[in-house]
Design a protein around this ligand. Structure first.
Ligand code: GLA
Length: 387
């Protein structure tokens, strides 16, 4: 990853003039509350200290030129005709954001953008949300649009839903826009109100990338979302006032289990129990009860594996090894699933040893390379430099 001066110089070399500014937007790790956001439930993520950076300069015409350092690839499009580019999937996040700004009838000039990122793609750390929010943040600054916080997150989410085709919830873009240093956010995905909760310095958040990649778009993720909507539709026969699974308590679901086909019941059971676990975990974190927090992470993983069925053998193996190691409070898959990463909460003093043993254990069991990131909760999108 290039530093800010290298980004400046690479931009000038490529586009023939220096950038006006550099922005950053982070990836995220969800501590607990998985597949609850699109059910209007609660999530408890942190923004991480790994980000996507964009050097940017406004243009006088209606052309957007983009270069990705990470993928050594470029793209260009006109603001008057923004379509999907099937050859450069990463560029669709840029195109989608530009289209979303124009759809809000906001004034937008062309731009040159040079992008680099420390967020590994496909690892379940929301590299796509980091990219979308960084693009939106850069364009809003260049065009003085005053699109910030929640609005920025909703714009970025809309770009992913309509332009990339993944019917994602709001969690990832919200964190890329509004993450807070040193804190997890307990986010209510119904009304987007949130409460920052300090992450105890005695615990470290350890992400472990299984090296197995998912392809969420148009596939299993959207199917899970549709199953939740179907559950709500069927439950309304007896619970007419519910708007989302958020409105259904676990006991209510079990009392009405006969309304749902077995697979839909399992999906709904994950969601309603996960919402309860997330609220309990937020309370545990607030009270400094890390063992309780860890136990809830473990239960979350079991529910994602057995009821929601989004885990993989590699993620299950990582979680199993993590839990057997000293200092580990709890471990679970994080993000959408179908590959990607696990997150573990580990006692500060044990973290180096934990990371080494986890990688070694995974290699021994499956012959695969895992990659560990020890993450610090960090802030959302911001301006890094102006020139
Ligand atoms: C992906 C989506 C999020 C959320 C998670 C699962 O990361 O982008 O909106 O639904 O999966 O919790």
């Amino acid at each position: 990853m290039l530093d800010v001066h290298q980004l400046h110089d690479a931009f000038a070399a490529r586009f023939g003039a220096p950038p006006q500014l550099v922005v950053r937007a982070p990836g995220r790790v969800n501590l607990i509350g998985e597949h609850t956001d699109y059910n209007e439930g609660f999530v408890l993520p942190i923004a991480i200290d790994r980000a996507t950076f964009i050097a940017a300069r406004a243009r006088l015409d209606r052309t957007v030129r983009v270069y990705s350092v990470q993928f050594s690839a470029d793209d260009a499009f006109s603001l008057d005709q923004i379509e999907r580019n099937p050859h450069q999937p990463w560029s669709n996040y840029v195109r989608g954001v530009a289209k979303g700004i124009l759809a809000r009838d906001l004034p937008l000039a062309g731009a040159d953008l040079l992008i680099d990122s420390e967020v590994p793609p496909g690892a379940g750390l929301s590299s796509s949300a980091a990219l979308e929010v960084a693009v939106a943040y850069a364009l809003q600054l260049l065009n003085r649009l005053d699109l910030l916080g929640e609005e920025l997150a909703l714009l970025a989410q809309g770009a992913e839903q309509s332009f990339v085709g993944m019917q994602c919830g709001i969690m990832d873009q919200f964190m890329a826009a509004l993450g807070r240093a040193g804190h997890a956010l307990l986010l209510d995905c119904r009304d987007l109100s949130y409460r920052p909760i300090p992450v105890s310095p005695q615990a470290r958040v350890v992400v472990c990338d299984s090296g197995v990649r998912h392809s969420l778009v148009g596939s299993e993720y959207n199917e899970r979302r549709a199953a939740c909507e179907e559950a709500v539709r069927l439950l309304r026969a007896r619970l007419p006032r519910i708007a989302a699974l958020r409105d259904v308590a676990p006991a209510q679901l079990e009392a009405n289990a006969d309304l749902l086909p077995p697979v839909i019941l399992r999906r709904a059971r994950h969601v309603v129990t996960e919402i309860e676990r997330t609220l309990a975990a937020a309370a545990a974190l607030e009270h400094g009860d890390l063992p309780r927090f860890g136990a809830l992470m473990d239960a979350s993983h079991a529910s994602l594996r057995d009821d929601y069925q989004v885990s993989t053998p590699e993620l299950d193996t990582l979680v199993e090894i993590a839990r057997s190691l000293p200092g580990c409070y709890g471990s679970r898959l994080t993000g959408g699933g179908f590959g990607g990463s696990t997150v573990s909460l580990v006692a500060e003093g044990s973290v180096e040893r934990f990371a080494a043993d986890l990688v070694a254990g995974y290699h021994k069991r499956l012959g695969r390379e895992a990659h560990v990131l020890i993450c610090t909760p960090s802030e959302g999108a911001r301006l890094v430099a102006t020139f």
